[in-house]
Design a protein around this ligand. Structure first.
Ligand SMILES: [Zn+2]
Length: 362
């Protein structure tokens, strides 16, 4: 009997059905000063161990092809190997229904899977910038390639019956930004940048971007010494000292990498918009003082969300900031980027700064 069951199990691993695609979260619109874009992910899986070979992946709107690229990223999880995902960024659109078409091959069989999805184009949440007064650089903000935007927190597959597909993970940082402060001569630090106190941002106030109830406070992790990471990184410590606030409608605001012992609020407290909640630090996965900020929508209670990792990053905007310019796109320049400032500052209402944008907060 045991042998028969084992054989059946073995056999099943090589039986494949139609691969399934899932759009795990409605496409979100990024509202940026230089134009709007739509961001989302596609998950592709079947339960066999026979690899899915994607021959074509197209995204259409009103029959017009907006995107064509067959590259998927393999995302094996424990014994579950046949699972893939990809991040999509469609510039210049913000409304409508998208049709995703994937042509693929499993073993000798060809499949064509399609899925329709509506772009979520409701008004984004308008919040305060979470940084204090000063000039700030959006390092690793939303852009098509940034590490935040393409982050993927994989989980054991979950079948989503309503959408007939497998959820393989979460993107909780699609719209996250690492904010670093500029000081004199548009530099990030004085001296040689080997001390936290060299950095203009270190110790700057972190502001509640929206009101809500404090769900989590972590406040005893020592700050790293730049440019190293001095502690063991795990699920508990990755965000460093941090504050998570429930701002309503199952949305959490995440303030991360704060300065050790700088947090003045406690779990269960209610904070008002504009309250100072802590100070910019260099704790957790952080090699220089900065504030990481993002909003995530929870589909499970926060206590079951692996510290918010099981949330989906949602679109939001800052109610007001001043656009000053952009750092040049040279990763070699970090941590002192080449900077191209505009001659005039431009007031921006209800947009989200993108990667490399330099802004002033008043
Ligand atoms: Zn970050």
């Amino acid at each position: 009997m045991k042998i028969i069951i084992s054989l059946m199990l073995l056999f099943q691993l090589y039986i494949y059905g139609q691969p399934k695609i899932l759009i795990p979260f409605p496409p979100q619109v990024l509202h940026a000063e230089n134009g709007n874009s739509v961001l989302f992910e596609i998950h592709l899986a079947d339960t066999s161990r026979v690899p899915i070979e994607v021959l074509d992946c197209k995204i259409k709107r009103n029959s017009k092809v907006l995107y064509s690229n067959r590259q998927f990223i393999a995302s094996p999880h424990k014994d579950d190997v046949n699972r893939y995902y990809k991040n999509i960024w469609l510039a210049g659109i913000e409304t409508g229904k998208l049709v995703i078409e994937v042509k693929c091959k499993v073993g000798n069989d060809l499949f064509k899977v399609t899925r329709e999805v509506q772009i979520e184009n409701k008004k984004p949440l308008s919040i305060l910038p979470p940084m204090g007064k000063g000039i700030w650089w959006a390092y690793e903000g939303p852009d098509s390639l940034s590490a935040h935007r393409t982050s993927f927190q994989k989980v054991a597959r979950v079948f989503d019956e309503r959408n007939n597909g497998f959820l393989l993970g979460y993107n909780n940082q699609r719209f996250a930004t690492d904010w670093m402060m500029f000081g004199d001569e548009n530099k990030l630090y004085r001296n040689d940048g080997r001390k936290n106190t060299d950095y203009y941002g270190f110790g700057q106030p972190v502001i509640a971007a929206a009101e809500g109830k404090v769900l989590r406070v972590k406040d005893a992790i020592p700050d790293n010494t730049p440019p190293g990471i001095d502690i063991d990184i795990n699920l508990e410590t990755g965000y460093g000292n941090c504050v998570v606030i429930d701002i309503g409608d199952s949305v959490i605001a995440y303030y991360a990498h704060l300065k050790v012992n700088s947090i003045k609020i406690r779990e269960g407290d209610f904070v008002k918009k504009g309250d100072v909640i802590g100070a910019v630090g260099n704790s957790g996965i952080s090699t220089a003082p900065h504030l990481q900020f993002e909003l995530g929508k929870l589909s499970v209670p926060f206590g079951e969300s692996s510290f918010g990792i099981k949330s989906q990053s949602i679109s939001f905007v800052f109610d007001k900031y001043y656009h000053l310019g952009k750092a040049l796109d040279s990763k070699d320049e970090i941590p002192v980027p080449a900077v191209k400032m505009n001659n005039t500052e431009k007031q921006i209402l209800n947009k989200l700064p993108v990667s490399w944008e330099i802004i002033k907060v008043e």
